[in-house]
Write a protein that binds this ligand. Structure first.
Ligand SMILES: [Zn+2]
Length: 345
């Protein structure tokens, strides 16, 4: 087929875009940037551990260094994986560690209507199609394509081969996918990460058309994050580097939906002895909340903050850590891309 996907250039936001709560930023862009807003967005699959504390602390310090707002969003859109009570435990742990959010937490499980609205908007724009492939069929199709290449592509197993772009041929729809540009140049997403510098990802060769609504009826992480960050007017995203490879997809969705692109900073993830990212699945221990200072010092050291932030009270810890963070990351100008602000490629 000819490439019907639009280039990555932003679609101009209109006043009728229901998702673009931030539309006024377009009007005020010339005079003042939108006020800083950051967030920490844990999945409540288990209690807070050192890995999630590092992300929480980094986003909190960045917000304080910018004198901005800091929000917490519970990413429980993946209902079955969220045991009851864990989210409340995480919120309590943040409080005991001295991180207080500026608004009531947002729960993704209560945001379904907003995700449906976003999917409807993309459907109307002709960007969504149903997919009947099982994981197995995608793997088989890629293996077949790989055999015909002289130099098999690395990481190609992650790339959806576009099987259902031309229709389902009578098979039942399982998931819903968004089209990415077929043209390799137009599918290139570039952004500046405040920790890693310039980052590029090619959605056509590295990702393929990706799922927004899964075969089990759950909303994909990528869509929920983009819709919620825009609704909360988040200007700065600070999170673990394991999400660096999701950022290209999220920026692409922001542009398709006419939403602003925040600034990004991805901090190094904490690994276990085997070199795996620390998580509940890789055996992360819950934080010892009876020793909050020790936990905070460990996280600060992982973020590369100097030993001088070691303090004997929560208040003095945050004062020193915020200053150290600001010296390293806080001097960045508040940049917040708005739809239409980016030159067309
Ligand atoms: Zn398919």
């Amino acid at each position: 087929m000819s490439d019907s996907a639009p280039a990555l250039a932003a679609r101009p936001a209109t006043r009728t875009n229901p998702l673009a709560h931030t539309v006024t930023h377009t009007a005020t862009r010339a005079s003042s940037p939108p006020p800083y807003c950051g967030r920490f967005a844990p999945s409540p699959t288990g209690p807070l551990h050192l890995g999630s504390l590092v992300s929480a602390l980094a986003s909190y310090l960045d917000a304080r260094a910018h004198r901005g707002r800091w929000l917490v969003r519970i990413e429980d859109v993946d209902g079955p994986r969220s045991p009851p009570g864990v989210a409340e435990q995480i919120l309590l742990a943040l409080q005991r560690l001295g991180m207080h959010c500026d608004e009531a937490p947002l729960w993704q499980s209560r945001r379904i209507a907003a995700y449906e609205q976003a999917l409807a908007q993309l459907t109307q724009a002709g960007m969504i199609y149903p997919c009947a492939c099982s994981r197995r069929e995608i793997a088989d199709s890629l293996a077949f394509r790989q055999q015909r290449l002289d130099h098999p592509l690395r990481h190609a197993t992650l790339t959806y081969p576009g099987t259902c772009r031309a229709g389902l041929h009578g098979k039942p729809a399982r998931a819903w996918r968004v089209r990415v540009p077929e043209d390799v140049e137009r599918a290139q997403v570039r952004f500046e990460d405040r920790w890693h510098g310039p980052v590029e990802q090619n959605l056509a060769t590295e990702v393929g058309d990706f799922v927004l609504k899964r075969a089990d009826g759950q909303w994909a992480y990528q869509l929920a994050v983009v819709v919620d960050d825009a609704a909360s007017q988040v200007t700065h995203i600070v999170r673990g580097a394991d999400l660096l490879e999701s950022t290209g997809r999220q920026i692409y969705l922001q542009r398709l939906l006419g939403l602003p692109t925040p600034a990004y900073l991805h901090v190094p993830v904490v690994e276990n002895a085997a070199g795996e990212k620390l998580s509940k699945q890789t055996g992360a221990q819950a934080l010892d909340l009876d020793r909050p200072m020790q936990m905070l010092h460990l996280a600060a050291r992982h973020l590369g903050l100097p030993h001088s932030v070691c303090a004997d009270s929560i208040e003095s810890f945050y004062a020193a850590a915020t200053q150290a963070w600001a010296a390293r990351h806080g001097a960045t100008e508040l940049r917040h891309e708005t739809p239409g602000a980016r030159p067309k490629t």
